[in-house]
Design a protein around this ligand. Sequence first.
Ligand code: ATP
Ligand code: MG
Length: 346
Amino acid sequence: MSRSLNLAVIPGDGIGQEVVAQGLKVLSAVLPQDVKLETKEYDLGAKRWHRTGETLPDAELDSLREHDAILLGAIGDPSVPSGVLERGLLLKLRFAFDHYVNLRPSKLFPNTATPLAGRPEIDFVVVREGTEGPYTGNGGSLRTGTPAEVATEVSVNTAYGVERVVRDAFARADARPRKKLTLVHKNNVLVYAGHMWKKIFDQVAREYPAVTTDYLHVDAATIFFVTQPERFDVIVTDNLFGDILTDLAAAVTGGIGLAASGNINPTGEFPSMFEPVHGSAPDIAGTGKADPTATVLSVALLLRHLGHEAEAVRIEDAVAADLADRDGTPRTTDEIGDALAVRVAG
Ligand code: ATP
Ligand code: MG
């Protein structure tokens, strides 16, 4: 464990700025005195693009690389054409830093509202593949703009890419008390990619005899997320299925204000990036209504990734206690951040 933490911060757009400020507040409060925290802020996102036309210049990419980790608020604004910041900034970062594990824990905290009947126990982690599938930009459009237009979006799956994320998921499952791993795909229809995922999954499974394995088609998985979420422990799935499943997971565990995520390069060759699952929420930006909890929980994932396990647990316990005490009285973004900072320090 390192005695210094050199953090790159991308507050981004809308409520991104507001929630990141609270994440940093809680981080400063939880770190032991002898860990030196250094932060460098990067002006990236919609405002920068409007001002300069730039999304993520290579010089800044190189500078980001020099950090132990990256904390991101949210990127995006309706004034920027769809895809510009997603491809030019978020996906560029993910590919450049080889964030092949997208980690999204889902936990239903006590006293948190869920649309599910009977308050099931929900405590699972989705390991979403981050660099392949339909997100590689492979495809094209033929006869564009004519009635005969054809668009393709190719899903890329390499044995290398699948094996490394499946291995990561097995290791995570093996380290958890229930030791259960579910592969989610659609191998009855997407037979080429689906069979390769299943074959590799079964091969790696032999090295983890203690881990119970399971396979579900993605459509069945969406049903079980709602009817029987307690059956899941760790889930490994492809980039697109993981994107959709994790929003559903956020919805059943108290909403987008609580959902944290990590874009992880498990080898440590490049910095990993941690961010709330939600977007920039322009509809509530500047009102103080944004819940910073998802960002604070993302800071816990960041600390755990860097080996600061005790501090990560302190943050998660503080969030659980804060949620348990909520009685419906509205609090501002800042007030929630202050309360969490006091709890982790105390
Ligand atoms: P993106 O395309 O960037 O994912 P989005 O259009 O999916 O963005 P979000 O920005 O995530 O949308 O917001 C979706 C809804 O959830 C909005 O109504 C927003 O106000 C609400 N919301 C998002 N984040 C929070 C938060 N931290 N606290 C409270 N409400 C939030
Ligand atoms: Mg969204």
